[in-house]
Write a protein that binds this ligand. Structure first.
Ligand code: AMP
Length: 281
């Protein structure tokens, strides 16, 4: 049975007696197969699993994006139950950020480019809420999707720098059959945009193929991704990046692991995706 909790105090009390190790899956709800994969992994590796459902206002740059983020708590709880999650924490904003809350966790260079540049303040919001969740839950393990690759890097940096006792575990991106990465935001796509959306994955796959065939020039790979993204008239490209997988600095030439990543706007919906190359080098 899944225990549904709402306050900090309830969560803290529940964690005191929780069997160890504890696995945490932080989410913003509107749960899909991507979240379910994280929950399955957490369940397989821990004695107690905790999921959190919180649409974090601090990580949204614009108010309308926050307001229209999809929410369905009833269905989310049913999914947590189906996945055998032990505790689901669904706090109100005031519970996460009580009156007087005045701390921001701000990660450095790795949070600056890509999503950090496109969404100022986003990673401060992410790091602040994740640090708070880590402190409240005290999990041994926390599971994050590689779909948000830079987020994984930011949180890993934060956990290492602050000596947080929670190990950050990245999990593979779950995709639709046509390659589109699952995302709660996909629900906002119009039917036409939904048909166009797998172009992100096609662009990344083409760049990865080119890499596999020996292409190492960053500019060529960025150009290739842009070219493919440009074939969809509905796609407004925000960035196509080929960056060092450790520092996220744009690469002239790939000589080690690299992160290929794209951000594209379809109408009012912003989608991101990525692929790692060069891991074996
Ligand atoms: P969100 O609810 O979008 O904040 O996502 C919660 C967690 O699920 C984050 O760690 C995401 O990276 C992860 N996630 C979201 N979509 C996917 C996906 N398609 N595959 C794997 N993990 C995902």
């Amino acid at each position: 049975m899944t225990l549904v909790l709402h306050t900090r105090a309830e969560l803290r009390t529940a964690m005191v007696d929780a069997a160890r190790p504890v696995g945490l899956v932080p989410t913003m709800g509107w749960l899909h197969e991507g979240h379910r994969a994280l929950m399955k992994r957490a369940r397989a590796e821990n004695a107690t699993t905790v999921a959190t459902i919180f649409v974090n206002p601090r990580q949204f740059g614009n108010a309308s994006d926050y307001t229209r983020y999809p929410r369905d708590t009833g269905n989310d709880i049913a999914i947590c139950e189906a996945e055998g999650i032990d505790i689901v924490w669904i706090p109100e904003v005031e519970e996460v950020y009580p009156t007087g809350f005045d701390t921001t966790v701000s990660v450095g260079a790795v949070a600056e480019p890509l999503e950090g540049a496109a969404r100022p303040g986003h990673f401060d919001g992410v790091a602040t809420v994740v640090a708070t969740l880590f402190a409240l839950v005290g999990a041994e393990h926390a599971y994050f999707g590689q779909k948000d690759a830079q987020q994984v890097m930011v949180i890993t940096r934060m956990a290492a720098d602050l000596a947080l006792p929670t190990q950050v575990i990245p999990c593979p991106t779950v995709r639709e059959a046509d390659g589109l990465a699952l995302s709660s935001r996909n629900v906002h796509l119009t039917p036409g945009e939904r048909v166009a959306a797998p172009v992100l994955h096609r662009a990344l796959a083409a760049a990865r193929d080119a890499y596999d065939e020996g292409e190492r020039e960053g500019e060529v790979l960025r150009g290739l991704m842009e070219e493919i993204l440009a074939t969809e008239v509905l796609a407004q490209v925000e960035y196509a990046s080929c960056a060092d997988a450790l520092t996220l600095r744009e690469l002239q030439r790939i000589e080690g692991p690299a992160l290929l990543s794209v951000a594209v706007i379809f109408g009012t919906t912003r989608l991101i995706d990525n692929a790692l190359v060069g891991l074996e080098e």
